[in-house]
Design a protein around this ligand. Structure first.
Ligand SMILES: [Zn+2]
Length: 155
């Protein structure tokens, strides 16, 4: 095939910028899907590198979401909305309510002994927990952390 370019081809070539990077294959595809639905011209760079070798993904900086520079600002706003929406779809495992907020809470001490132990060891083993608090039933639960994403690719 011929790859010779004329002036018209050159005008089609667009300037892509790095919008975000992901260590998680699924997250990267969700983000790309959302942007494409909104008509944003984007693609995933280093996708194959990450999928084949999750260890290497740290070295190359993960899967890079590239967008046309002229649409980068809008794409960034869409991703921000996606982050907010994914937080809003969080539901209480006890009552199913969406009336949930992430709150910081010191680990609860069940009795005076653990309170004392907690006081002594506080700076080492008692970090402030981030929990999701349900305002409907009062249930508190922790969100699954995203850090295991890279390992899961290997399965
Ligand atoms: Zn609840």
């Amino acid at each position: 095939m011929s790859t010779a370019m004329n002036m018209d081809d050159k005008q089609i070539i667009m300037d892509f910028v790095l919008l975000n990077s992901y260590t998680n294959y699924v997250d990267a595809h969700i983000a790309r899907g959302v942007l494409e639905e909104e008509g944003i011209n984007c693609w995933l760079k280093d996708e194959n590198t990450v999928t084949i070798d999750p260890i290497l993904s740290n070295a190359v900086g993960g899967i890079k979401l590239m967008v046309v520079s002229s649409q980068a600002e809008r794409a960034s706003a869409l991703l921000e909305r996606l982050r907010r929406e994914s937080k809003a779809t969080l539901s209480c495992p006890k009552c199913g309510s969406h009336n949930i907020e992430l709150v910081s809470t010191p680990r609860k001490a069940s009795n005076w002994f653990s309170a004392l132990l907690g006081f002594i060891t506080f700076s080492f083993a008692m970090p402030v927990e981030k929990v999701n608090h349900c305002f409907d039933c009062g249930h508190e639960f922790t969100e699954k952390q995203d850090t295991a994403g890279a390992e899961e690719i290997n399965n």
